[in-house]
Design a binder for this molecule. Structure first.
Ligand code: ADP
Ligand code: ZN
Ligand code: ZN
Length: 713
């Protein structure tokens, strides 16, 4: 049983009185705790099952105290114990969630404006909501006994750090109070610094939490940690685990048995009683922001959690987020630099291909064929780039071609009547997939067979417009006879284990030319790749999303890092960019491998435009079958906010986002902006609780939500 239960005495005949954070939708429970009774007192942090209306739901005991003390702050809660319902079940086979874990949930719920119980239960393994105490006890027993058997014997010899790495490590531990950015290009030895930092924390009996942006990256990093620390138990936490695995790994962390926890954003909420170090790898990655439900930033919470515990936190990146970079400039974070790649590995030379010439040359030809103008997709690649790929083929080296669009063509089009393959449910085109002859919406998933003729006019000659990875592979096949061309994207890697299998084939040298989406840019260590090309990256330069350039720069830097990792080939490694704006400052900074120049220019632009990190944003979104009620609701909400008159918060009128319609639901959003974070939070916390009542008056609004620090606006 748990810490405090022995010290509590039951209150009156009904026993103890508890305040429980219950799993319930936000509108019933924003920051609200419900009161229950129990025969005996329970420690805060104990998992329970309680009645709620006609249902029984899971909850976490948040407070357990004499009834008078609990009711004091809220007269409405002064119900006599006899009026309260009793807890139905207590899961005390596991230790209670400690005060620091609960404080983190408290903070995250209020910062991101979610219900306490909603968040607490959402971040716990789902199986904890279903099993009873006896089952839990058995799970704990089997998890811990299996874990003991897993530990290896051999001790892997650690790599000796180079001077930069050693200096970074010393500086990191010398001042644990301030978060540290470990800034170094791909291959500069960041992971090795993580391993050494972890070794130190483990040696002192602490637990280490390592966060990575994507599941794809966990097996590689996991292997490196497991190999280096065979005598320590490692638990991974990510969404690809089965519910049983997730519970097992979570329990091992919670019990303190797993000293290493490695996982994606969700893992930031792992209960780790002896947490001593947090590492966030690729801290700039947008996947650290949860985009559904509680829209939290795992990176920001990791920093909060480290500061709460007084433990060091290391944020690693080659291209830090501008938020992190600004904090470094302000001195709030420290910057530790790894100056160069390990060994002889040099960064590839960056070459621009000016696509304007190619476009002009192709335009006349296309006009003659009646094809839409403006697409440079008739040739597989610009001639000089194609020659460079051929040169790799002759030398037995590999090329990596990035095109961030899967399928054959992003849209089908009827030249006779102008029909396009729109999705009937979304404001998006349906993508033509030639291999399985489907038109697929990448947003709502609608897939249908490609029509034989135009659905509007019956024309048999409907044509694909633009180009995706399938088409690029087809085109390359025609001009590179005999080359082994492979495609890796979300379509080819849907089945479990496929990505790993296909990457292994690349590593084995079974592939000459690899075509893929950004799935390829991250993390993978391709030794034989000496050419990386971005086939069509310009879109992000002109995007309405103010973060698009930042993401593009990070992606291209990371992609460049795929080339030249093998010292033997480094000298002739190249990164090619096909662009219509070769003189763009973003590409100039990329060519110079100059993150700082890029960051400086971007921060200047953001400051001038009043965008983050210079201002703080929150989005309120509403969804309905038709836009009108959602719009009316947000207008009424804005009027309510105006009556609160919180100074320093600017409210923009509600507008539809770029993707206005998704799966037959219309979306509308309203932006709040403030130079002061406290002012923004004051406004949100005073305003949002009232919105549920308001929503009731706007029939048709399906749901609404707030997104604090949104990634895209
Ligand atoms: P990053 O995480 O920055 O991409 P890694 O830590 O993976 O860099 O290092 C790149 C490569 O260099 C890896 O193969 C790693 O084992 C090796 N390496 C890292 N540090 C050292 C070192 N001090 N001595 C020798 N090899 C190293
Ligand atoms: Zn038609
Ligand atoms: Zn759709």
């Amino acid at each position: 049983m748990s810490e405090a239960s022995g010290q509590m005495t039951a209150q009156g005949p009904a026993g103890a009185r508890l305040r429980v954070a219950v799993e319930a939708p936000r509108h019933t429970s924003i920051a609200v705790l419900l009161d229950y009774t129990c025969e005996h007192a329970l420690a805060p942090g104990t998992l329970v099952r309680v009645p709620l209306g006609a249902r029984e739901v899971a909850g976490v005991v948040w407070e357990s105290a004499p009834s008078a003390a609990l009711g004091r702050d809220d007269p409405a809660r002064e119900a006599a114990p006899k009026d309260l319902r009793a807890v139905r079940a207590v899961l005390d086979a596991m230790p209670a969630l400690d005060a620091r874990w609960r404080a983190m949930i408290d903070f995250a719920a209020s910062y991101y404006q979610r219900g306490l119980g909603e968040l607490a239960l959402a971040v716990l393994p789902p199986q904890l909501r279903q099993i009873d105490n006896g089952q839990l006890a058995r799970r704990i027993k089997s998890a811990t006994s299996a874990a003991a058997a897993e530990l290896g014997q051999a001790v892997a010899r650690p790599v000796a750090l180079n001077a930069d790495q050693a200096a970074a490590l010393e500086a990191f531990f010398a001042e644990a109070g301030r978060p540290a950015l470990l800034h170094g290009v791909t291959g500069s030895g960041k992971t090795e610094v993580y391993l050494h930092a972890a070794a130190r924390a483990l040696a002192q009996g602490g637990q280490v939490l390592v966060l990575v942006p994507e599941i794809n990256l966990t097996p590689q990093l996991e292997a490196r940690f497991a190999e280096r620390f065979p005598q320590h138990l490692l638990a991974s936490l990510h969404s690809a685990l089965t519910p049983a695995q997730r519970l097992r790994h979570w329990l091992l962390a919670h019990l303190g048995r797993a000293q290493l926890v490695l996982g994606t954003r969700l893992a930031v909420f792992a209960s780790m009683p002896r947490l001593a170090l947090i590492v966030v790898d690729e801290e700039h990655d947008a996947s650290f922001k949860q985009q559904e439900g509680a829209r939290y930033s795992a990176r920001d919470l990791a920093v909060w959690r480290a500061q709460q515990l007084g433990i060091p936190v290391l944020l690693g990146s080659a291209t830090p987020s501008l938020e992190t970079w600004q904090r470094v400039q302000q001195g709030r974070y420290r910057r530790l630099v790894l100056g160069s790649r390990i060994g002889q590995g040099e960064l590839p030379r960056v070459r621009m291909v000016d696509m304007r010439q190619l476009l002009r040359a192709g335009a006349g030809q296309r006009a003659a064929q009646g094809a839409p103008s403006g697409a440079a997709d008739d040739a597989p690649l610009a001639p000089p780039l194609l020659d460079a790929v051929r040169a790799r083929l002759e030398r037995g080296e590999q090329s990596l071609l990035l095109l961030n669009r899967r399928g054959y063509a992003p849209v089908l089009h009827c030249p006779a009547c102008g029909w396009k393959s729109g999705c009937p449910h979304c404001s998006a085109w349906r993508v033509f997939h030639k291999l399985d002859r489907t038109l697929r919406c990448h947003h709502c998933g609608l897939a249908e067979r490609v029509p034989r003729a135009c659905p509007e006019c019956g024309n048999l000659d409907i044509t694909p417009m633009g180009r995706g990875t399938e088409k690029l592979v087809e085109q390359l096949g025609a001009v590179l006879p005999g080359a082994r061309i492979a495609r890796i994207d979300a379509d080819t890697t849907r089945a479990a284990g496929e990505l790993v299998r296909q990457l292994a084939a690349v590593h084995e040298g079974e592939v000459d030319v690899l075509v893929g989406t950004q799935i390829l840019a991250k993390g993978h260590d391709f030794r034989r790749v000496t050419l990386v090309a971005a086939v069509n990256p310009d879109g992000a330069l002109f995007s309405a999303d103010f973060r698009a350039p930042e993401r593009l720069f990070a992606l291209l830097m990371q992609a460049a890092g795929r080339a030249g990792r093998d010292a033997a080939h480094a000298a002739r490694s190249e990164m090619w960019i096909q662009t219509t704006v070769p003189a763009h400052p973003l590409y100039a900074a990329l060519a110079a491998h100059d993150y700082e120049a890029f960051a400086r220019a971007q921060l200047d632009e953001r400051a001038a435009a009043g965008l983050p990190p210079f201002t703080h944003l929150a989005l309120v979104r509403a969804e309905a079958r038709d836009a009108a009620p959602a719009m009316a609701f947000l207008h009424a909400a804005a009027a309510q906010l105006a009556t609160l008159a919180v100074p320093g918060v600017r409210v923009y009128p509600p507008v539809p986002p770029a993707m206005a319609r998704l799966a037959d639901v219309e979306r509308v959003q309203m932006l709040l902006e403030s130079a002061s974070r406290p002012a923004l939070h004051k406004a949100l916390s005073q305003w949002l609780p009232g919105l549920n009542a308001l929503r009731a008056a706007h029939k048709g609004v399906i749901r609404w939500a707030v997104d604090v620090d949104p990634q895209a606006i």
